[in-house]
Design a protein around this ligand. Structure first.
Ligand code: TRP
Length: 329
């Protein structure tokens, strides 16, 4: 049983890319590991969200996590801001985080460039808060994408620095959780690389059948192949990539054959693709609607999660205080 931790900023609804890229793996992970799944609401403050939206966004992510199959009996599901020990560890780690290294973090430079009027200290120390999230439970594995690798490396640096500064072997050095060959990237429907909120090319888990049909219909296509066995252009390959994930092998084989013999009809392909996506998302969508309106259930999940998370966090913070020289009278 390894301790695995994953965090998500509550900034929008979950889409098919989140589902196949992360959630499907989380559902397996929670069977074999001591998993912590948390919603990083403090982190989301770095970009100053509308206070009215903050709670809505948290409620959405929580409902969608549960609807997709994260199980509060198997994993610890909690809200970052419910665990005050994280804030204390963040404060303490900040004393060993240096301006130079923070200022050259790729994510910081990018955010500062995008938003020059809001280069706040929270943005600068974002990786320190993330390190606190991870180290508070002494997590060993963190499932992260490429864009988060530097933050994980900084976490290892803070762990090492703490250990060597105080002459202890206290914090383990977390590494990326590797899903291995199972890692699936869902491309967008617009011919671009991956499906993403900011790209505006998403199929959301809460989309209804009509919406999905419309979105798939609008996907970029062309006149069709002109020669047998032609290499597919990216935007067509993307549709096949999604088809391989959601459809039966025979269905994929059928459309491959049609492509290779120049007999493909994109209308048929899209109809099938939409139908098979809808088959995956419909039960999830129904659960989202039910859970989202069941405040009692959400309250129970988040309260129990906070309890379990704080139990683990308070053990760590107690030791950290002692190591750093805080003593009770
Ligand atoms: N920075 C992560 C992201 O933007 C979210 C996050 C916050 C996180 N704290 C974390 C991820 C701790 C993993 C572990 O995706």
């Amino acid at each position: 049983m390894e301790t695995v931790l994953s965090g998500i900023r509550p900034t929008g609804n979950l889409h098919l890319g989140n589902y196949y890229g992360a959630l499907v793996n989380f559902i397996k992970m929670q069977e074999e590991n001591n998993c912590f799944f948390f919603i990083a609401d403090w982190h989301s403050l770095t970009t100053h969200p509308d206070p009215k939206m903050l709670h809505e966004n948290v409620r959405n992510v929580l409902s969608e996590y549960l609807a997709a199959g994260l199980d509060p009996d198997k994993a610890t599901i909690y809200l970052q801001s419910d665990v005050k020990e994280i804030a204390e560890l963040y404060l303490l780690l900040n004393m060993h985080a240096y301006l130079g290294e923070l200022a050259k973090t790729v994510s910081f430079k990018e955010k500062a460039r995008q938003n020059p009027h809001n280069v706040n200290a929270g943005l600068l120390t974002y990786p320190v808060l993330q390190a606190a999230d991870i180290l508070i439970h002494k997590a060993l594995k963190v499932p992260v994408g490429k864009d988060q690798e530097q933050h994980l490396e900084m976490t290892r640096n803070y762990a090492k620095r703490f250990n060597s500064k105080y002459g202890v072997d206290f914090f383990p050095e977390p590494t990326a959780y590797n899903f291995g060959s199972e890692l699936i990237k869902i491309p967008g429907l617009d011919g671009s690389g991956k499906m993403g909120k900011s790209e505006g090319n998403c199929i959301y888990l809460h989309d209804d059948a009509k919406t999905i049909e419309k979105k798939v219909k609008k996907a970029l296509t062309d006149q069709g192949p002109t020669e047998p066995n032609q290499v597919k252009p990216d935007y067509i390959e993307n549709l096949f990539t999604i088809l391989r994930v959601v459809s039966k092998p025979e269905v994929v084989a059928y459309f491959e054959e049609k492509w290779n013999t120049c007999g493909i009809r994109y209308g048929d392909l899209k109809k099938q693709l939409a139908e098979d996506i809808i088959a995956v998302t419909t039960p999830i969508r129904e659960r989202i609607i039910n859970i989202r309106s069941d405040n009692e259930c959400l309250r129970k999940v988040i309260t129990e999660g906070a309890g379990k998370a704080r139990e683990s966090a308070s053990k760590t913070i107690k030791d950290v205080r002692e190591i750093m020289g805080f003593k009770a009278f």
